[in-house]
Design a protein around this ligand. Structure first.
Ligand SMILES: Cc1cc2nc3c(=O)[nH]c(=O)nc-3n(C[C@H](O)[C@H](O)[C@H](O)COP(=O)(O)OP(=O)(O)OC[C@H]3O[C@@H](n4cnc5c(N)ncnc54)[C@H](O)[C@@H]3O)c2cc1C
Length: 392
């Protein structure tokens, strides 16, 4: 007999969503939740992720009124390369969708998920998970306060430096980019018309994403030296830089929000599950913020892990580990490779790679069915979409 059905380590968006999903299905769930700092980021969540929030009864509600719909996505070649790619526009109407998704501040999403988990009966333990060992049909988790709890499974949602992943003996492949991402938000005098624009620049993408009224969030990927200089500027100076980079398309820039910088790294766990520990979110995979893939993939991890645990008929857990590992790697690895290639084609300044990007984007521009295929796959995988993410 274990203390819990599942222990989730980490109360970021992936861990909170997983804990709430499991508790909603009646699984005794504990969430290990150390205190965490405020995060000024917003996350563009696509339709399947929104469907998950709907399933948890936190969408639409008050969350929707404080977010903005993404109805059009633009990719602008702003590299100045000799082989410029055509500018691309994707409209949600082309897929008969009201919107591709919504842009949600983490400062709103995290409390909404946490309240949902609490209402559904998740036991929140304010501690850090420091150790894990499996024995027979249980996993035992040791906490920073010296307590130990057992469960049938542990979902490791404790981020890129996951202690649970290390405790399970899962190795990772790690790499870094000569880039830092700055996340902030700003007001602008012209309307955004619910359009998100990814300006492809030689230091990486500079992406504006709509927020309510005349505000947008920004993820600006830059060479580390320039990013450091931008981070030390006062708001007026940074607003002027944003004005230049957006070519005035959003009018006058003002009223900047808090900013935070993130060194750009990549990580892939060599196994996504082992010995009753299943990795979800950045414990399993880290990608640069291009095409809004990171948290959307993480929420699919959470929902699939919940699906498989609920359907589990295998007391030993080995089959479940193998199935989760195979299903998630099949989706995550190709997406990571695509994002990596897209990022490097901007960063390296290597003409053949720039040409390949231009050819690829031109194909999307001229070939309607290919464009539709990319839009559909960008939103969700073709197979194995967890049941909580399927439109009813
Ligand atoms: C600038 C930027 C913009 C982004 N924009 C988007 C976007 O628009 N759309 C999108 O889909 N994705 C986006 N992403 C990616 C997205 O933010 C991440 O995928 C997501 O935050 C990962 O969530 P997580 O819960 O896995 O990890 P985290 O958010 O890192 O959460 C991990 C949690 O675990 C806790 N923890 C750490 N160690 C322990 C421990 N030992 N025990 C217990 N708990 C522990 C931490 O305190 C934290 O709360 C962006 C990323 C960046 C950098």
């Amino acid at each position: 007999m274990t203390d819990y059905g599942v222990i989730v380590a980490g109360a970021g968006p992936a861990g909170l969503a997983a804990a709430a999903l499991l508790a909603k299905e009646g699984i005794a769930t504990a969430l290990i939740a150390p205190a965490s700092a405020e995060d000024p980021r917003t996350v563009a969540l696509m339709q399947p992720s929104i469907q998950l929030l709907r399933y948890l009864d936190i969408w639409p509600g008050s969350l929707e009124t404080q977010t903005a719909a993404l109805r059009k996505l633009r990719i602008i070649d702003d590299t100045g390369s000799l082989v410029a790619a055509p500018n691309l526009e994707f409209e949600s109407q082309e897929l008969n969708l009201e919107a591709f998704g919504w842009n949600i501040p983490l400062g709103l999403l995290l409390p909404a998920l946490r309240e949902c988990a609490e209402v559904l009966g998740v036991t929140i333990i304010k501690a850090t998970a420091i150790g894990a060992r499996s024995s027979g049909d249980a996993i035992h988790i040791t906490l920073s306060n010296a307590a130990e709890f057992s469960a049938s499974f542990c979902l490791a949602a404790d981020g890129a430096n996951s202690a649970m992943r290390k405790a399970a003996g899962i190795a990772t492949d790690n790499w870094s980019y000569d880039q830092t991402a700055i996340a902030t938000s700003f007001a602008h005098s012209k309307g955004h018309d619910n359009v998100s624009t990814e300006y492809h620049k030689s230091a990486g993408p500079f992406t504006t994403v709509p927020l309510p009224e005349n505000r947008s969030s920004l993820v600006w990927m830059e060479h580390p030296g320039r990013a450091e200089a931008l981070m030390t500027m006062n708001d007026g100076e940074l607003a002027a830089e944003i004005q230049i980079e957006t070519h005035g398309e959003l009018g006058l820039i003002s009223n900047l929000g808090p900013r935070k910088s993130f060194p750009m790294k990549g990580l892939t766990a060599r196994q996504f599950a082992k010995d009753r520990v299943m990795l979800i979110g950045e414990a399993a995979h880290v990608v640069p913020p291009i095409g809004a893939q990171g948290l959307n993939m993480s929420l699919r991890d959470a929902a699939l892990a919940a699906d498989l645990i609920l359907a589990n008929k295998d007391a030993g857990g080995d089959h479940l580990m193998a199935e989760y590992n195979a299903m998630r790697r099949a989706e995550v690895l190709p997406r990571q490779q695509f994002i990596d290639l897209m990022n490097k084609s901007l960063l390296l300044g290597f003409l053949p790679l720039e040409a390949a990007r231009a050819v690829g984007l031109s194909a999307l521009y001229y070939l309607g069915p290919l464009k539709r295929f990319v839009m559909e796959r960008g939103l969700q995988p073709k197979d194995n979409l967890p049941f909580t993410m399927r439109a009813s």
